[in-house]
Design a protein around this ligand. Sequence first.
Ligand code: NAD
Length: 288
Amino acid sequence: MNIEELIKSQTLEGKVAIVTGASRPNGQGRAISKALAVRGAQLVMTDLEGDDPRYNYEGLGVGSAEILAEAVEEVKALGTEAIGVTADLTDRAQIQTVVDAALEAFGGIDILVNNAGSLHGHFIADLTEDMWDASYRVNLKAPVDFAAAVVPHMRRRGGGSIVQNTSVAGLAAFSGGGCYNGTKHGAVGMMKTMAEEFGPDNIRVNAVCPGNVWTDISQPEAELFARRGFAESAEQLVEMMENMAHLAGRYASPEDIAEAVAFLCTPGAKFITGIALRVDGGINIVGA
Ligand SMILES: NC(=O)c1ccc[n+]([C@@H]2O[C@H](COP(=O)([O-])OP(=O)(O)OC[C@H]3O[C@@H](n4cnc5c(N)ncnc54)[C@H](O)[C@@H]3O)[C@@H](O)[C@H]2O)c1
């Protein structure tokens, strides 16, 4: 391989990418959009219209049209084209709206990153019907519905890449993880099923499994889990996560995860499909 071939293997020039959950300022969705944009992709960024209590678990926050518009401008400033479309992905009709907008703006779809997620962690005895519904619909059903909606368009382009943002909670369990653990395990399973079904059409499907990532929800989440008795204080919980769970001694940044996602979308990853890639700073070595 020479340097021109190396650059070609990493570029996404001429590709159209959809990223879900793309608005929050320090979220992985926005970071993933930027990582794809600097590689040359045109971006379709989507998130919820506003503060939807069903998905805003314990007030940890969700995206909105307003911050999505900001995120789109940030991506455009990197020198590519981008649009924002609001949608509740638990509704197939709204997924179709995003797909239609992508086709109208850019004429095709090559990449889908199913990043949107809903935490809903709780002890099993305390799980409610609403928690189950939100978790199942956002973490498990929506990514598969979205994939089904884009696959016919990827076939027309001769192939594509789909990446699911799952979690190490999709590979191992943690007490209090509730239906988050269950639905993320399911998402890893559906990733494998899709990889097998779509593989003959040159559509690769993979998952990334982050450990703890420092995002907009991390501080309020630490406070929540401290209140639930996992640590004496939020500070102690954060320190535990930093020092015990990651060999790197810190949380991941959204960019750490975004780089892995972007790699899986590039031509350089052409022989990689059906994998659940841990991006966890070594958390697996110490047992998670
Ligand atoms: N933050 C972490 O420590 C961590 C660790 C492992 C995995 N993850 C996973 O990574 C992904 C990104 O998490 P993040 O913390 O970076 O947040 P993020 O900023 O990427 O935001 C997730 C987005 O999902 C959107 N969303 C929720 N319900 C939706 C719905 N019904 N329709 C449309 N959009 C909806 C929210 O509005 C939010 O903007 C999630 O799937 C999460 O489960 C997060």
